[in-house]
Design a protein around this ligand. Structure first.
Ligand code: NAD
Length: 439
């Protein structure tokens, strides 16, 4: 369903009129294309206070794009290293560093603030580092022009593990992500031979891949070099076959709730899976008072229970290779709740619980990471069915004043899936344009 308002505000008269009326001004986002693979413009590298990672950060940024340490024209990205801020008064250095330059950020630009995890033993350090979260979330809301702001926390000494995440955040691939806090572990990144095809040699399986977000995930993983297996329900077999054929992927018609689903998935990837994306999901909305038990049960079964069962069975059978990546699909409904969606929101909040709990164990026992995307309003058949007024509210009630596209979720999944993303584990990343719901 086309976003006519976004189209209107892309025209001069439309922009004039909507500005006069004080209406939202969405900026058309620049997403990744072959012709548009990187941000355009220098990356401004700033430091607030003492930093132990300055050289490492410089070395990574030098690989990503043209770097500047002083303001020159309109930077495409501003990276502020605030890892050395350990006191409340030290926060003044964050203001001093960004205040003079933030206005010059290019349209569609990126701000990435580096911090460290708040300490459980030093409440002054914890206060200062936690303060960065409120700072970044507010900056994301006020920065405008399609620009975004994130906080990236790295443990001391682990800056080298940030490369895949910085490459993602400082690129058009993260266009619809803002106001996020991402905390890395100190796991060493697996090497990447070719950043243009980081998933080559990897086998990926995506559930619910016949259409919508799942088809886009399959497409982006294939673009990044993975061999892809697309799974969807047998009744969607024709659409599934078309999607798989278009991507040079294999089709696996299978209901994820089937008792033998894990066995059939393992059999479809005899060399083991490197990437497992649990994307299949359904809604069966009703207010709780009107919700029959079947509607409750089917949503929990597809969205949560089948994910738990197949994940457990595949890990236990050793069917996910070491260095593997599991990506589950939550939703902002699982964070904010939603009228008429007690079943759906419960299932998606359950995914968040699963990811947080399993991630450290999966890494320690199997060398596998577990993360989740939490999409906000994404333009798909699911959201096209939402009544017009609620759909318009969903589109506008975020810092970027527009809905996301399936590819935004897919790009996030591809970043989680990268070999170099070993340190990205147990994260729930919202792909929602910084939705005001659950903010
Ligand atoms: P969609 O309805 O367009 O696609 C879902 C796919 O999953 C369909 O192809 C469907 O056949 C498949 N599927 C459903 N049950 C299955 C089962 N039992 N076994 C195998 N396949 C099954 O939905 P979408 O919008 O692309 O959503 C994809 C995921 O993203 C879902 O988990 C959804 O909850 C989540 N999500 C979507 C949005 C959004 O705005 N579209 C927002 C938040 C979360």
């Amino acid at each position: 369903m086309a976003d006519h308002y976004l189209h209107l505000t892309s025209t001069a008269p439309g922009r004039f009129l909507t500005r006069r009326l004080g209406l939202p001004q969405p900026q058309r986002l620049r997403r990744w294309t072959l012709e548009n693979p990187t941000l355009v413009g220098p990356l401004l590298h700033l430091t607030a206070g003492e930093s132990a990672i300055s050289d490492m950060l410089s070395a990574i940024l030098a690989k990503i794009g043209p770097q500047a340490t002083e303001q020159t024209g309109h930077p495409a990205g501003i990276v502020l290293d605030a890892t050395g801020i350990t006191t409340a008064t030290g926060l003044g250095k964050v203001h001093a560093a960004l205040h003079p330059v933030v206005r010059s950020l290019a349209a569609g630009g990126r701000v990435v603030v580096f911090g460290t995890p708040p300490s459980p033993d030093d409440h002054h350090q914890a206060a200062a580092q936690q303060a960065l979260e409120g700072f970044v979330r507010s900056l994301g809301k006020e920065i405008g022009k399609g620009a975004t702001a994130q906080l990236l926390r790295i443990p001391p000494g682990a800056a080298a593990s940030a490369e895949s995440t910085l490459r993602f955040l400082l690129s058009p691939r993260s266009a619809y992500i803002s106001g996020q806090v991402i905390e890395l572990t100190d796991a060493a990144p697996d090497p990447v031979a070719d950043w243009a095809a980081p998933l080559s040699g990897r086998t990926a399986l995506v559930t619910g891949a016949a259409r919508g977000i799942g088809a886009s995930v399959a497409s982006v993983l294939a673009r990044d070099g993975a061999t892809v297996i697309c799974l969807d329900v047998p009744r969607a077999e024709e659409e599934l076959a078309r999607t798989a054929a278009r991507l040079g992927a294999t089709a696996l018609p299978l209901d994820v709730t089937a008792p033998d689903a894990a066995d059939l998935i393992a059999a479809a990837a005899p060399e083991g899976l490197d990437i497992l994306v649990h994307n299949a999901g359904i809604t069966r909305d009703r207010r709780l008072a009107n919700m029959p038990a079947e509607r409750w049960a089917s949503v929990i079964e597809v969205n949560l229970d089948s994910v738990l069962r197949t994940t457990d069975a595949l890990l236990k059978a050793g069917a996910v290779n070491r260095g593997g990546r599991i990506v589950a699909t939550a939703s902002i409904a699982g964070i904010a709740g939603n009228n008429g969606q007690t079943n759906y929101a419960a299932s998606k909040a359950g995914i968040i619980g699963l990811v947080r709990s399993l991630a450290p164990h999966a890494a320690a026992d199997h060398g596998v990471t577990v993360n989740a995307v939490a999409p906000g309003f994404i333009e798909t058949k699911m959201t096209a069915a939402v009544p017009l007024l609620i759909r318009e509210a969903g589109r506008r009630m975020n810092s970027l004043s527009q809905g996301g596209l399936p590819v935004d979720v897919a790009e996030t999944t591809a970043w989680f899936a990268q070999p170099a993303s070993s340190a990205v584990n147990g994260q729930i990343v919202r792909v929602c344009g910084q939705s005001l719901l659950g903010a």
